[in-house]
Design a binder for this molecule. Structure first.
Ligand SMILES: *Cc1c(COP(=O)(O)O)cnc(C)c1O
Length: 431
């Protein structure tokens, strides 16, 4: 008899995984709160919210209850020519908390498609008005997804190299990290002189996949002002930063300027169902109106606005706006701040940074590549200590569900402390 892990290895190909060298996958049978349980009842603290999606803990009773009620009412219905309560209600909820200029909600089913939709909307917006503007500006180290459009506007790296010749041309500017703000502003001002720029797409305040690289709201305000001054549309990719991660509902809440479009996914359903949303201003929407068929936005997915997924989104929203959740978010922010102060005294740790509930640090190992060997040791070390962390090279980050307890946070911090001791011992052993 093969166990689950062996049956998996016979037939399954996992994401972002070198299948020849990867360790057997860990079977998980149950989730509750911040904990994942394996077959023998051992637990892992999900310190990365299962790839940044989970907001309120696994199997939150409010979300599972709402979904199961919806399942008995309406499973799915075509969304062209038809509508349903969950789609409308979720859109109303989102517009309540999104930047005030956001007026229309377009559904898809993941973060990459939310980005594709935004890019296509931006390009067609100009075309519908008879203007030749089709180029996109993006941050050099950004990540916007794995489909071709999303890959095109993402960092060109080992991940995108095999597809390089099929990616469309994008103009890249540097991420305006501390001390580099003026240079990025200069780069954008220069590019903005070109008459054919359709849009600027960015991860607001935190670039997730780049390694939780952070920058300040002030410089983003300046970049957005430049865009406005040169008729360049702006697209905030809040797929990772949305729904409280940064300490506010959206990273854009730190800004005084508003983006023309916002992409949402991941935390949108509390991490329970696949769903994507692209919102836009009334001005963008209106450019698609007319009697000519070619002005229509011809884009859609079979599972667009799936009622079960939308219901999960509504239930997650209801939890998010509860005072208790908002208090939990601020509690995590404060706990992280304390831990960060302690870390600053550790000579093996550098570049400690925090935006809201996201805390990141780097171990002093010389190398910073994603493929850094240290990555696997740190990953396995955390698992052995019953914590799920997924280092990006020598960068460790915590991005927890908001229900994580202080005690669980202390365990996660403790594992990171132990990691640095482990590295110190390794370094000594090599001398
Ligand atoms: C994860 C992510 C995406 C892609 O979302 P998927 O649902 O994985 O396709 C896009 N943008 C950002 C900022 C992300 O973090």
């Amino acid at each position: 008899m093969m166990n689950l892990s062996q049956r998996d290895q016979e037939i399954i190909w996992h994401p972002y995984t070198q299948m020849q060298t990867a360790a057997p996958p860990l079977p998980i049978t149950r989730g509750e709160g911040a904990l994942l349980y394996n077959e023998s009842g051992h637990t892992y603290i999900d310190a990365i919210s299962s790839w940044w999606v989970n907001l309120h803990g696994h199997c939150h009773p409010h979300i599972t209850q709402k979904i199961s009620e919806q399942l008995n009412r309406l499973d799915h219905v075509i969304f062209a020519g038809f509508t349903h309560e969950p789609a409308v209600k979720l859109a109303e909820n989102l517009l309540e908390i999104l930047p005030a200029n956001q007026a229309k909600v377009f559904y898809s089913d993941n973060g990459s498609t939310a980005v594709e939709v935004a890019l296509k909307m931006a390009m067609q917006y100009w075309q519908n008005q008879g203007q030749k503007k089709s180029k996109i500006i993006a941050f050099r180290d950004s990540y916007h997804g794995d489909t071709f459009g999303a890959m095109s506007v993402s960092s060109r790296s080992a991940f995108t190299q095999p597809f390089q010749e099929y990616l469309f041309e994008v103009l890249f500017i540097d991420v305006p990290v501390q001390g580099r703000e003026e240079e990025t502003i200069r780069q954008l001002k220069e590019l903005a002189q070109q008459p054919d720029i359709a849009a600027f797409i960015f991860e607001p305040l935190v670039l997730g996949t780049a390694g939780m690289v952070m920058y300040e709201p002030e410089v983003l305000n300046s970049l957005l002002q430049i865009c406005k001054g040169h008729s360049i549309l702006s697209i905030a990719d809040e797929v990772m930063t949305g729904f409280g991660r940064t300490g506010h509902n959206f990273a854009c809440d730190y800004l005084t300027e508003q983006p023309d479009m916002v992409c949402l996914s991941k935390g949108l359903t509390g991490g329970v169902m696949a769903l994507g949303v692209t919102t836009c201003s009334a001005e963008i929407f209106e450019a698609f109106l007319g009697t000519e068929p070619h002005k229509t936005f011809f884009h859609g997915h079979s599972y667009t606005a799936n009622p079960i997924a939308c219901t999960a989104g509504i239930a997650s929203y209801e939890l998010l706006v509860q005072p208790e959740t908002q208090q939990n978010i601020q509690r995590i922010v404060a706990q992280h701040q304390q831990f960060a102060r302690r870390l600053r005294e550790n000579p093996l740790v550098k570049n400690i940074r925090q935006t809201g509930t996201i805390l990141a640090l780097e171990f002093n190992t010389g190398q910073t590549s994603y493929f850094n060997q240290i990555r696997n040791s740190l990953y396995n070390f955390a698992l052995q200590h019953q914590v799920l962390l997924r280092p990006l090279g020598n960068i460790i980050y915590i991005l927890p569900p908001y229900c994580i307890t202080d005690e669980q946070l202390a365990t996660v911090y403790g594992v990171i402390d132990k990691m640095s001791t482990l590295l110190q011992e390794n370094a000594k052993a090599q001398i």
